[in-house]
Design a protein around this ligand. Structure first.
Ligand SMILES: Cc1cc2nc3c(=O)[nH]c(=O)nc-3n(C[C@H](O)[C@H](O)[C@H](O)COP(=O)(O)O)c2cc1C
Ligand SMILES: C=C(O[C@@H]1CC(C(=O)O)=C[C@@H](OP(=O)(O)O)[C@H]1O)C(=O)O
Length: 390
């Protein structure tokens, strides 16, 4: 499968076109809206989230509740567009309109895409950069991830993202009984964290940052269960599935780090405490005693839960002034106040979940075929027998 997204933060809509989704997959707008609503929740977001009520419209590739195998178009309209239609209009402006409408953005924010994008694409109005670099785009990334999740669920594969850390506040050691309860429990928390005590401290940390005109980042974790052995491949660098997932996670706005299983911690430990011992049970096949490597060996899934973590830096738009330079006057200035999130880590956990689900679904179809669900189910069942009897 492949997809492209298009659309600006304050334009009329965001669009994604997905190609290669198998036919006969039951898919409704509600399946996608469930995840869009999850992304909109979360403590620390700014006023924009009160304006938007994200709802998808499927305009191709689905008929009478099932995919046809044709490209699927997903559209999410921006409610905020009504306030921006002149500023974001497509038609050229007359001189009068230009005076009325155009307040050029010439003051780049440290940590955002503004300055690099303006230099690279030679824009004197940095709105041309910020509109597309905005994480508003993650709306349709989540919609695409939702389609991937619907596909994976046919095969009992569940994916869930939650928050591990906000600033210096960490969750305690948690045991994951099942991905289902993981999802249910995180829905109940305003910061999408499983530990109620830590959740409260996380909200204090967010309030603290906000009250000081600052922003705060954190770490999210995605867990996926019931995966077969052998998604991805060891034979070529660009087929290693952990590598593909890492690329996806790093592509999320403001993500600055990714790890699988123990991740960076493994580098500080001895091998005997890192590698997962192999076991065998007649009738069930091979397994691992532990899951420190997060479900991956050799770029392939090993049947254990996939565990991926991503580190999100603090939001760049700050109420507290940071030093920057105006691109027209070349004079230094201190950042002006703009509408912004102070923390978007809980939302980013949902985005990360969608991104991981997308990579897993793609690898799944590579292994088991991609034309129609019935054939994929046959291939999958046949493979499972072979794996059990190996
Ligand atoms: C869900 C989400 C919401 C975000 N909200 C904001 C925001 O309100 N203000 C802001 O300056 N950056 C926000 N960001 C981060 C910027 O989009 C990001 O820092 C920017 O695109 C530059 O990319 P980079 O940080 O990956 O280098 C958000 C990111 C995510 C994932
Ligand atoms: C719109 C979303 O996030 C936006 C991401 C974002 C940024 O700079 O990345 C800036 C803010 O937009 P605005 O300037 O319109 O308030 C966020 O609200 C969203 O997540 O749906």
């Amino acid at each position: 499968m492949r997809f492209l997204t298009a659309g600006e933060s304050h334009g009329p809509q965001l669009t994604a076109i997905i190609e290669g989704v198998p036919s006969q997959l039951p898919l409704t707008e509600e399946d996608i809206n469930y995840h869009l609503q999850r992304r909109q929740k979360g403590y620390g977001r700014g006023r924009r989230m009160q304006i938007e009520k994200d709802q998808v419209r499927i305009t191709s590739g689905v008929r009478h509740g099932k995919t046809t195998g044709a490209p699927i178009t997903l559209i999410v309209e921006n409610n905020d567009w009504k306030h921006w239609d002149k500023i974001m209009g497509v038609a050229p402006l007359s001189e009068d309109e230009e005076k009325e409408v155009k307040r050029k953005i010439t003051r780049p924010r440290p940590g955002h895409a503004d300055l690099n994008g303006a230099i690279k694409y030679r824009h004197r109005d940095m709105r041309n950069v910020l509109e597309r670099s905005s994480a508003r785009e993650t709306t349709v990334r989540v919609a695409v991830g939702a389609v991937a999740q619907v596909l994976l669920e046919v095969f009992g594969i569940e994916v869930c993202g939650h928050v591990l850390e906000i600033g210096h506040v960490k969750t305690g050691n948690l045991t994951y009984e099942s991905i289902k309860s993981l999802k249910e429990k995180t829905e109940a928390s305003e910061v999408r964290c499983l530990d109620p005590e830590a959740s409260e401290k996380m909200m204090w940390a967010i309030d603290d940052a906000k009250n000081n005109g600052d922003s705060i980042g954190g770490i999210v974790e995605v867990v996926a269960v019931n995966l077969p052995v052998g998604l991805g491949s060891h034979v070529q660098y660009d087929r290693k599935l952990d590598g593909k997932i890492a690329q996806g996670v790093m592509s999320i706005n403001a993500f600055k780090g990714v790890e699988v299983g123990l991740g960076f911690e493994a580098a500080r430990m001895l091998g005997s405490n890192v590698h997962d011992e192999i076991t065998y049970l007649e009738g069930q096949g091979f397994s691992r005693r532990t899951n420190r490597l997060g479900g991956f060996e050799g770029g392939m899934t090993n049947g254990m839960p996939v565990i991926v973590r991503g580190a999100m830096k603090p939001i760049p738009t700050l109420y507290k002034p940071l030093q920057s330079v105006d691109i027209e006057t070349k004079e230094p200035f201190s950042a002006s106040i703009e509408r912004s999130d102070s923390c978007a880590v809980p939302a980013a956990a949902v985005v990360c979940e969608g991104v991981v689900a997308w990579e897993l679904a793609n690898a799944f179809l590579e292994k088991f075929g991609s034309d129609t669900i019935e054939d994929i189910v046959d291939n999958y069942n046949n493979y499972n027998i072979k794996v059990r009897d190996f």
